[in-house]
Write a protein that binds this ligand. Structure first.
Ligand SMILES: Cc1cc2nc3c(=O)[nH]c(=O)nc-3n(C[C@H](O)[C@H](O)[C@H](O)COP(=O)(O)O)c2cc1C
Length: 176
């Protein structure tokens, strides 16, 4: 059977929840980017990272391992607050990936996007600063999308959209 590893970069745990579920379903190994030292023995590599200011957290790890990854079945998943079921959001996730990855990686990977969680109160200082700027901009916007309303709401209360059942297609693709 093909050997599979799930590698993740997760700041507050939502990407890790998806990664752990996928690894369990596929009986695959599971490592954070810090732990994933030896990946060349795997046939399939699944990478998951959160989206921060439009970019993929962990893009540096992917680029560092590009040569090895180019010979593997590579599946990428993103975890962000915006709902990827909305075509507009998915388009912007892909545009962000295209910017932070190399062209080779972007085209080689099969990409899935899932929805994450945000608890403003638990954010580290620098992220709180970024989010304060985002909240200010959103507050003054005349017309906000449903996504932007959710983002704004997360200032007052923690939001959690993690739904591991959404990984079904990704899991089936690996099993193929
Ligand atoms: C500073 C900051 C910037 C963020 N930028 C985006 C973004 O551009 N798009 C998005 O969909 N979610 C954004 N998010 C939400 C995160 O992607 C979401 O919290 C995700 O679940 C984080 O996953 P992790 O905890 O596994 O790192 C941002 C969160 C923070 C704290």
């Amino acid at each position: 059977m093909a050997k599979t590893v799930v590698v993740f970069r997760s700041e507050y745990g939502s990407t890790k929840r998806y990664a752990a579920y996928i690894a369990e379903k596929l009986q695959a190994d599971l490592f954070s980017t810090e732990e994933a030292k030896e990946i060349s023995s795997y046939d399939t590599i699944i990478f998951g990272g959160g989206i921060y200011a439009g970019a993929l957290n962990g893009a540096d790890w992917l680029k560092k391992n590009q040569e090895t990854l180019s010979h593997k079945k590579l599946i990428l998943f993103t975890c962000g607050l915006s709902n990827p079921q909305e075509p507009k959001n998915l388009e912007s996730i892909h545009a962000g990936l295209q910017k932070c990855l190399t062209e080779e990686l972007f085209h080689h990977a099969q990409i899935f996007s899932f929805q994450g969680a945000l608890d403003y109160k638990k954010l580290k200082f620098t992220y709180k600063g970024i989010m304060t700027v985002v909240f200010q901009a959103l507050k003054h916007k005349k017309e906000r999308s449903a996504e932007e309303d959710v983002m704004l709401k997360s200032r007052e209360m923690a939001v959690d959209f993690v739904d591991v059942s959404k990984t079904e297609d990704l899991i089936s693709l690996v099993k193929e």
